[in-house]
Design a protein. Structure first.
Length: 273
């Protein structure tokens, strides 16, 4: 596990399982967790560091979105209150591989809210994108925003998502004007990561729509599978192995879930008109 101090009272944990992120906001002995990692082994190590080594008590666990790879640790803090958006079940059930054993019914559900935690005010703002329950956690006093899975490093992940919603969600995060962005995976980034994610999304859409309009339907799957990450990622960005892996997953779901099919149909209609 990678542990990084983002402020004297803000600590980020990046687990080994899918590089899932949890962010701890510390107020004296009390801890508020935003997300809870992607495996119970990672979550157990998180608990050992926070509670065993640092002597803290986790009192609240808030989910940016309710998918199994972000809520693994909820059950390890039975005395903590849990917080999620009111559409959390829809997001949980929309997963390709939901893990029922990790599901914990939230104690509190909401649309938008603000919560004072020590010197920080955390603004939980409904921001549907990758899932319909997605929440952005804006923390002006730490100059950061927790974006959840609306970005995956310098790219996005498209499975079960509406690309237009993702684009709008990233745009709303940009409007907060924070200098740092904590992703649902990989860690913390400078704010330019949002521009990079939008660039990737636009390039992938452009290339896929072009293939659907130009090539025979029998060739779509093969040509989409051959789309290079280097042709999609923002200029000057050297992709990580994790980004490369999830780009590959994107190419698979673009075919199996017919992502961008509507965009191609609308483009074809507009050309005829």
């Amino acid at each position: 596990m990678r542990i990084q101090e983002l402020a004297p009272d803000v600590v980020m944990f990046v687990g080994d399982a899918v590089e899932s992120v949890a962010t701890a906001f510390i107020d004296g002995k009390r801890v508020l967790l935003v997300d809870a990692l992607g495996s119970q082994d990672d979550a157990a190590e998180l608990r050992e560091v926070l509670c065993g080594q640092m002597g803290k008590t986790v009192q609240l666990v808030a989910a940016t979105h309710f998918m199994s790879d972000h809520i693994a640790g909820m059950s390890l803090f039975p005395e903590a209150l849990t917080l999620a958006h009111r559409h959390h079940r829809q997001a949980f059930l929309s997963q390709n591989r939901p893990v029922a054993s990790l599901y914990r019914e939230p104690d509190m559900v909401f649309d938008n809210m603000a919560l004072r935690w020590g010197r920080h005010q955390l603004r939980f703002l409904y921001n549907p994108g990758k899932t319909m329950d997605h929440v952005s956690v804006d923390v002006p006093t730490a100059d950061l925003v927790c974006a959840g899975d609306n970005i995956v490093g310098n790219i996005v992940y498209l499975s079960r998502a509406d690309p237009a919603l993702q684009r709008a969600a990233i745009g709303r995060i940009q409007q907060f004007g924070r200098g740092r962005v904590v992703g649902g995976h990989m860690g913390v980034f400078d704010a330019v990561v949002l521009d990079n994610a939008l660039h990737y999304l636009s390039r992938v859409q452009h290339i896929v729509v072009d293939i659907r309009l130009r090539a025979a339907a029998t060739q779509w799957a093969e040509q989409i599978a051959a789309i290079r990450l280097e042709d999609c990622i923002a200029p000057g960005i050297v992709p990580t192995a994790f980004e490369r892996e999830w780009h590959g997953r994107n190419l698979e779901v673009i075919v199996t879930q017919s992502i961008f099919a509507l965009d191609a149909a609308l483009d074809a209609r507009d050309r005829v008109a």
